[in-house]
Design a protein around this ligand. Structure first.
Ligand code: F6R
Length: 602
């Protein structure tokens, strides 16, 4: 997720304050690099950009002094290419009279850069935003008009993206929406576009919604929309945006956590696109193939993803993968690992000190270091031999949701690939996530009512759903401040069963292959007066034995993948349950007390 902004005004004016303001509002979408360009009628484009946050880069390059009647701004959340000045956006074309910037991922970026170089274009960076500019240059230089060149460029650019582009000597800018956010704002003396509503709301409330497959050509006070499919013109009037700034930032959801829960299907789709086209995937897989022992090393939610991944590796690749909490790595394996071993270090932030400490020990022992990480440019990406980005964009709410599901999805993809299975079985995961979210959100409230009076409960899982039980329990305790423990269901009878009294809540996450075992566990609780809530596919045995069920819609995939995919989906009801329980207790789920999003301390 990156942020783009573009503006055309009636007259040349000082555009600096408008650019910096839009940059600040977009900075939640990416803070690795920042750049701005003003585009003159004659002469050179004024392009200023660098790695760093918007305030630093704007101050260093005096953005506030930038003037003109057309400008573009971009904030980058790095995926392709390190967060450096060279990879910062906007980018110029070969002879420097086109400038553009994008948001999203162009997944065939590496191949395109080779093609553009072979055709004699000047490719300066590794960044996929530059590929958008050269793709337009390619067709513009063949004699096509700008809009037509942009339309043709879409045949070359694979992935989900939007971009804005402008040319010296014109009075207009162009922007296209192909899967990533884009909205326009129209006033009498200016027109602007941005990646989201908050970026343009303080400039105008007269907004124009854009849809995938549309190109907008805009000039001061006017615009034209063209269909990418057939080049026809699309009529649409602007509307008045009523949203408050805060509501707009949350995308219409009450909290960032809920927004991020709903973003899971979209970021899963983007991740699958990226993995299908990733050059680093094979490097990663080769390291795993050759390893003597593989460890997954992480903390908190990321550890739970790693634990589930280790079950996937066993089931699909016949590979033992040893899960270990990062701070325990040194004590447990520090002296026994060596150059033949590989660690998959998993971290949303890439900065968790406990994980970096384990990496230090792994490096001293010359162990292979692989990363799964959301923040590209973080320490984990710098110290990994190979890393795979999670492509979730900025996760604002402290409880991790979309980064967890993309960690799990990456590990499932790796396990299937290593075991020689086709990963196309995962293509429908985004729509399965949406269906699950739709269906389970209707079933959560009665369970919330049951839990309101309890400050102590258990979540049990078995096999593939054991890590899900741990993750659900972490979410619940994190944002409801109740004591909630996740354990292996068969362990319950070895001690914790003594906690059960009349009405005591126990949640079971049930995989389709483990129903008989789960039913025994359920009855051990219900015969002692406990109140059981079962989560799983529709199954008369679950419905007949538990007091309540939350049913995940049946998925249409071959039998051998069903349990693995259920485990991925069954965290969704637990995320939603935690969210609604947090609200029912009057807490703010986005910012739970005592916790921080990035833990850079021991
Ligand atoms: C819980 C949560 C934490 C993190 C943990 C590791 O919702 O987010 O448990 O998973 O602090 O953080 P990262 O993944 O950044 O290393």
């Amino acid at each position: 997720m990156c942020g783009i902004f573009g503006i055309v005004t009636k007259e040349t004016q000082n555009l600096g304050p408008i650019l910096v303001g839009a940059g600040e509002r977009l900075s939640y979408r990416g803070y690795d690099t920042v750049g701005a360009a003003t585009i003159p009628q004659e002469g050179k484009i004024d392009l200023r950009k660098d790695a760093g946050r918007v305030q630093e880069v704007a101050e260093k390059y005096k953005f506030l002094e930038m003037s003109g009647d057309r400008a573009i701004l971009q904030l980058r959340w790095a995926t392709f290419g390190a967060p450096s000045k060279l990879n910062s956006q906007p980018h110029l074309d070969s002879d420097g009279d086109l400038v553009g910037a994008h948001n999203g991922n162009v997944v065939n970026n590496v191949e395109l850069r080779e093609e553009f170089t072979a055709e004699g274009m000047t490719v300066r960076s590794e960044n996929d935003g530059e590929s958008c500019v050269h793709a337009v240059e390619r067709y513009y230089d063949q004699g096509h008009e700008m809009v037509e060149a942009i339309r043709m460029a879409t045949h070359d650019l694979e992935g989900d993206y939007s971009f804005v582009i402008g040319k010296v000597g014109e009075d207009r800018l162009y922007a296209i929406k192909m899967g990533s956010g884009l909205v326009a704002g129209i006033e009498e003396d200016l027109t602007c576009i941005g990646s989201d509503l908050p970026s343009i709301l303080p400039i105008t409330r007269n907004i124009l919604r854009l849809y995938d497959g549309e190109i907008i050509t805009f000039w001061s006070g006017g615009y034209e929309i063209t269909s990418v499919v057939d080049g026809s013109s699309i009529e649409r009037d602007p509307e008045i945006a009523e949203d408050s700034m805060e509501a707009a930032q949350k995308g219409g959801y009450d909290h960032f956590m809920l927004k991020e829960i709903h973003e899971q299907s979209q970021v899963a789709g983007e991740l699958l696109h990226l993995l299908d086209n990733s050059k680093d995937l094979n490097l990663f897989l080769n390291k795993l193939k050759d390893a003597r022992n593989i460890y997954v090393i992480a903390c908190g939610t990321s550890f739970h993803a790693g634990l589930l991944g280790s079950v996937y590796f066993n089931q699909f690749a016949g590979k033992a993968v040893i899960p270990v909490l990062a701070p325990q790595f040194t004590a447990q394996y520090g002296s026994s690992v060596g150059p033949e071993d590989v660690g998959i270090f998993i971290s949303q932030s890439g900065e968790t000190k406990d994980v970096l400490n384990a990496i230090e020990v792994a490096a001293e022992q010359s162990m292979g270091i692989l990363g799964l990480v959301n923040v590209v440019g973080s320490t984990l990406t710098l110290v990994s031999e190979v890393y795979l980005p999670l492509t979730c964009g900025y996760e604002i709410s402290v409880p991790a949701t979309k980064t967890y599901t993309n960690q799990v999805l990456t590990l499932l993809y790796l396990a299937l690939s290593l075991g020689g299975y086709k990963t196309s079985v995962l293509d429908d995961i985004p729509s399965m996530m949406d269906r699950t979210l739709d269906e389970v959100s209707k079933q959560i409230d009665p369970v919330v009512d049951k839990l309101i009076d309890w400050d102590d409960l258990y979540i049990l899982g078995y096999g593939l759903t054991y890590p899900v039980a741990l993750e659900g329990a972490l979410k619940l305790k994190e944002i409801t401040y109740t004591h909630c423990e996740g354990i292996l269901s068969t362990e319950f009878k070895h001690g914790p069963l003594s906690a059960v009294s009349e009405g005591y809540p126990v949640i079971f996450t049930a995989g389709p292959d483990d129903i008989p075992l789960i039913i025994s566990g359920i009855n051990e609780v219900t015969c002692r007066g406990g109140h059981v809530i079962a989560i799983g596919f529709q199954d008369s045995r679950l419905e007949g034995n538990a007091q309540e069920t939350i049913i995940i819609p049946i998925i249409d995939v071959p039998e051998e993948y069903r349990s693995a995919i259920l485990a991925l989906l069954s965290v969704i009801p637990l995320q939603l349950l935690s969210y609604r329980c947090s609200l029912s207790r009057g807490y703010d789920p986005d910012f739970p007390r005592n916790l921080s999003k990035t833990l850079t301390v021991d």
